[in-house]
Design a protein around this ligand. Structure first.
Ligand SMILES: NC(=O)C1=CN([C@@H]2O[C@H](COP(=O)(O)OP(=O)(O)OC[C@H]3O[C@@H](n4cnc5c(N)ncnc54)[C@H](OP(=O)(O)O)[C@@H]3O)[C@@H](O)[C@H]2O)C=CC1
Ligand SMILES: O=C(O)C1=N[C@H](C(=O)O)C[C@H](O)C1
Length: 242
């Protein structure tokens, strides 16, 4: 049983995680939202679980290090400087950062890696995601995670081999690049498809999240797994042993 500290209390995920804690084996150490005392929360938590906003990241890392507690980061929309701050902090405390805490997406990433490697660069990779109308970042963290899986498998750098937001006369698709398309509308929890398009054929690998309780359960599994680990940067693949 672990004392869970939630960052982003009033949000959709903050609420879903609080509900999952209530239904499960863990206890709620407390929860904070924007402008509240995250360092105080860290002091009374066994693990911090952050589903808030990129702007909160620096303070959250600082609080986790100050209290010596692990941190699970589910927040998406992170940039290069956020990732290097996470790498630095992971020298002091265990950290798990992921764009998606679900078992299904973790498995999907593994399948994408395998397919991208086996099929090679003649098969174009396109990633399509759809989310609810209130989502503020694009492509989704999950789409980027899946893109990373394909890029890694092909030994290429995702940042310099991405095609995002095509519009107008774009020219032909770049060989070997990974394309992203983001749709927004209604209350969609999170749909992702990775399309591998070859000559006269396509493979489509998809995941559909039906309820964000799924992400909340995954976050608690990941958070509890971090407790007592050595400092370092971990993934959901480590947690789930995939
Ligand atoms: N990894 C995963 O599996 C998943 C990741 N996500 C990601 O989690 C994040 C949150 O999603 P969601 O709950 O839908 O978003 P919401 O906007 O509903 O919730 C975010 C909450 O965090 C609050 N917040 C903002 N800044 C801070 C801060 N500095 N300290 C503490 N709280 C803060 C917001 O307050 P205010 O509204 O006042 O700004 C809001 O209450 C997003 O980045 C989303 O993409 C979502 C689902 C699954
Ligand atoms: O904002 C969301 O809602 C979600 N965000 C994550 C992402 O960016 O991939 C995970 C999930 O798809 C829901």
């Amino acid at each position: 049983m672990a004392a869970i500290g939630i960052i982003g209390r009033d949000g959709r995920m903050g609420q879903a995680i609080a509900a999952a804690v209530e239904e499960g084996e863990h206890t709620l150490a407390g929860a904070v939202d924007k402008g509240e005392d995250v360092a105080g929360l860290a002091d009374r938590s066994d693990v911090l679980i952050d589903f808030s906003a990129p702007a909160a990241l620096e303070g959250n890392l600082h609080a986790a290090i100050g209290a010596g507690v692990p941190l699970l980061i589910g927040t998406t929309g992170l940039g290069e400087r956020h990732h290097s701050a996470i790498d630095d902090a992971a020298r002091a405390v265990p950290i798990l950062q992921t764009g998606n805490t679900s078992l299904g997406v973790t498995m999907l990433a593994k399948l994408v890696r395998e397919a991208a490697q086996a099929l090679g660069p003649d098969w174009d990779v396109e990633i399509v995601e759809m989310h609810h109308r209130k989502k503020v970042d694009a492509p989704s963290g999950t789409a980027l995670l899946l893109g990373e899986a394909a890029a890694e498998a092909r030994g290429i750098d995702l940042d310099t081999n991405s095609e995002r937001g095509r519009d107008g006369v774009t020219g032909e698709r770049g060989d070997g690049s990974i394309g992203f398309a983001s749709l927004r509308g209604g209350t969609v929890t999170g749909d992702h498809s990775v399309i591998l398009a070859g000559q006269n054929e396509r493979i489509v690998l998809s995941h559909v999240a039906e309820d964000r309780a799924l992400f909340a359960r995954g976050a608690l599994t990941g958070g509890a797994w971090l407790i007592g680990r050595e400092p370092g940067r971990y993934t959901m693949e480590n947690v789930l042993g995939l």
